[in-house]
Design a protein around this ligand. Structure first.
Ligand SMILES: [Zn+2]
Length: 220
C-alpha cells in the first residue's frame, strides 16, 4: 500500500485528499504469518477479511511468485484487492499485503480509474524525487524517501494484454513502492541507517505498547 502526505498537512487536510491517506482507525494490523512453504494452488486466495499485513509478517519479506495464468481467479483476487484498498483509503495495494504472495498490484491514482498490473516490471527510471512516504504495512510512520522521478511500468492487465504506463512523481513513486512489495521489500529498506534504526525503535515501542494493551484487556 502506498500512502503519502505533505509534511505540514493536518489530518483534516489529508482526509480532504481522497485516496492518499490511510484511515488511521482502520490500521489495526495483524501479525499472523504464513508458513514458509508455498501455499497449495487452491489455498492462495485470501479469506474474506482483508487484513492488511503489517511489518513482521513474513509474507511481506518474501519475493512474490509470478502469475502464470491470468484467469477468473486472478480477476476475483484483483477485485478483492481493489475493495480492500478502497476500504483502507489507499492508492495502491500489492497482493502480499493481504497475504497473497503473487506478483500483482492494484491502484487508482489521479484520474487513472482502477487498474491492475500483473507481473509488473519497472523500466526507464529517470531522475530523483524525494517525498514523504508511508505504507499501510508500516502504519503510522512516514519517511522522506528518494526514488526515481519518472518510471515506466510494464506488465499485463486482467485480459492478459500487455500494458505500459509512464508515471512521474507520485505515480512513479507508487509503481516503485508496489513493485518493492512484490520483491519482498518494505519502505524501511529505503531508509538510511539512522532513519532505519529510529524506525525500528519506534516499531518495537509500538509493538510493546500494543502487547501491554492486549495483556491488560485480557486481564479484565
Ligand atoms: Zn506499502
Amino acid at each position: 500500500m502506498l500512502a503519502a502526505r505533505l509534511g505540514s498537512a493536518t489530518d483534516d487536510q489529508r482526509i480532504g485528499l481522497p485516496g492518499y491517506w490511510p484511515a488511521k482507525s482502520r490500521l489495526k494490523g495483524c501479525r499472523h504469518g504464513q508458513k514458509g512453504r508455498r501455499p497449495r494452488r487452491l489455498r492462495w486466495w485470501p479469506v474474506a477479511s482483508y487484513r492488511i499485513r503489517t511489518f513482521g509478517d513474513p509474507v511481506l519479506r518474501r519475493p512474490a511468485d509470478e502469475v502464470t495464468d491470468i484467469d477468473g481467479r486472478v480477476a476475483k483476487l484483483a477485485q478483492e484487492m481493489h475493495a480492500a484498498m478502497k476500504e483502507a483509503n489507499g492508492v495502491g495495494l500489492a497482493a502480499p499485503q493481504i497475504g497473497v504472495s503473487k506478483r500483482l498490484f492494484v491502484y487508482e491514482i489521479g484520474d487513472s480509474g482502477p487498474r491492475t498490473i500483473i507481473n509488473p516490471v519497472i523500466e526507464d527510471a529517470e531522475g530523483e524525487w524525494e517525498h514523504e512516504e508511508g505504507c499501510l504495512s508500516v502504519p503510522g510512520l512516514w519517511f522522506h524517501i528518494t526514488r526515481a522521478k519518472r518510471v515506466r511500468v510494464r506488465g499485463y492487465d486482467l485480459d492478459g494484454k500487455e500494458v505500459s504506463y509512464e508515471g512521474e512523481d507520485m505515480e512513479a513513486k507508487l509503481y516503485q513502492h508496489e513493485v518493492d512489495h512484490l520483491d519482498g521489500r518494505l519502505l524501511l529498506e529505503r531508509l538510511d541507517e539512522e532513519q532505519r534504526r529510529e524506525a525500528m525503535r519506534e516499531l518495537r515501542r509500538r509493538a510493546q505498547a500494543e502487547h501491554a494493551g492486549q495483556a491488560s484487556a485480557a486481564g479484565r
